[in-house]
Write a protein that binds this ligand. Structure first.
Ligand code: NAD
Length: 249
């Protein structure tokens, strides 16, 4: 199974969780893969690691240029780096809004801007953005995070329209709650981690959290020439939350 033989990919936030699972899967399927992360020190094996904060435009441009040079081009960009925020609009101040939007929204814009000249030279160019079910679900206590992912969904559609004639496809995945170090940190901070985990599991019709490798599988499909006729879509990987919502109410 070598769907990505001869192709190259860059995964932001690729040192942990969904990004790491995606980088590993693309490499296992034959791609040459680079990871861009705040701290890629744990990244090993065939993956190339580049250190950059997606809020730093110069660092992003340097890292993307170095990755494209090291890989010998760039066919796939996975915009996955992201951070969370909890609370209602009453709870987050301006500094928190700026900080989260700077990573989740403008960070995606920076890496895309830096990668576009390389993607334009590819015959199989694809961008996959890690969005979230939060973009459309109306989750409580997630106002800022939901707004950031709503912007990722809108950007996915706008970018798909802007670059379709250049042969660059743009799609996103909308995960539910995924078993990653991020969710591990959330659970560890909860008053009753076991009860919190059970509540998150119960929220998804499948009754379990999504595996990072299951999100990676969806990203790999959208990044691969197998989905060559698909652009401007959001693929739910949420244990049925979106598709089965009407049956839950
Ligand atoms: P994670 O915390 O396990 O991994 C995120 C990675 O991004 C880390 O390696 C981190 O160092 C990197 N990162 C964070 N800020 C960065 C920055 N400014 N510059 C460069 N790298 C940065 O998280 P995860 O659960 O794997 O989440 C990955 C993506 O999936 C995020 O965009 C998140 O919003 C999205 N998502 C996660 C879930 C979930 O339940 N875990 C659900 C829906 C969407």
């Amino acid at each position: 199974m070598t769907d990505f033989e001869g192709l190259t990919a860059l995964v932001t936030g690729g040192a942990s969780g969904i990004g790491r699972a995606t980088a590993d899967l693309l490499a296992a399927r034959g791609a040459r893969v680079a990871v861009l992360d705040l701290d890629p020190s744990g990244v090993a094996g065939p993956l190339r690691a580049y250190t950059a904060d997606v809020t730093d435009d110069t660092a992003v441009r340097d890292a993307v240029a170095a990755a494209a040079a090291g890989l010998g081009g760039l066919d796939v960009l996975v915009n996955n780096a992201g951070i969370g925020a909890q609370g209602t609009v009453a709870d987050n101040d301006d500094a928190q809004w700026h900080a989260v939007l700077d990573v989740n929204v403008i960070g995606l814009v920076r890496t895309t801007r830096a990668a576009l000249p390389h993607l334009r030279r590819s015959a199989h160019a694809a961008i996959v953005n890690t969005c979230s079910i939060a973009a459309t679900a109306g989750l409580p206590q997630r106002a800022l995070y939901s707004a950031s992912k709503g912007a990722v969904l809108s950007l996915t559609l706008a970018m798909a329209a802007d670059h379709v004639r250049e042969g660059i496809r743009v799609n996103c995945v909308n995960p539910g709650t995924v078993d990653t170090p991020w969710v591990g940190r959330l659970l560890a901070a909860a008053p009753d981690p076991a009860a919190e985990r059970a509540a998150l599991e119960a929220r998804q019709p499948t009754g379990r959290l999504v595996g990072a490798e299951e999100v990676a599988g969806a990203i790999a499909y959208l990044a691969s020439p197998l989905s060559g006729a698909t652009t401007g879509t959001a693929l739910a990987v949420d244990g049925g939350m979106q598709g089965l919502r009407l049956r839950q109410t």
